[in-house]
Design a protein around this ligand. Sequence first.
Ligand code: CMP
Length: 147
Amino acid sequence: EMEKTLAIIKPDGLIGNYTDDIKRTIVEYGFSIFKEKIVQLDQATVEKFYAEHSSKCFFSRFIKYMTSGPVLVMVLEKDNAIADWRALMGPTDASKAKITHPHSIRAKCGLDIERNCVHGSDSPKSAQREIPFFFQELSADVIGEHD
Ligand code: CMP
């Protein structure tokens, strides 16, 4: 079934010039880039988008990281896009990914558990929230897509 997911290339990805590599991988693996834009996140937006992590001990440092430079936000489309994009990204901890998933994007572009270079929606429910969070014009589209 055709599916959309929200992907973000985080500040370390953009600053490290990994964007072209990551986009080439995305297209190679059969995703189409349905929407994309570069955004400079601020503290309030990070707090809202990552609300579920707001009580974690790493959150204030995470805000600094996510606001340290622009991010590239994309809507990717493909059969099974949500699970396939997460598989392509690799595990959250990029330093472990280098050992266990050496071909994953996080292994190649990320550094550690925080600076892991990319984000992807973790479920259809998350995708339904995250896509219109950044692309309001897709609200109706996303609601109509499931159930
Ligand atoms: P992501 O899974 O996209 O969303 C939550 C982010 O918080 C995660 O990527 C990491 O960038 C960061 N994160 C998760 N766990 C930790 C941790 N233990 N320490 C620091 N950052 C973390």
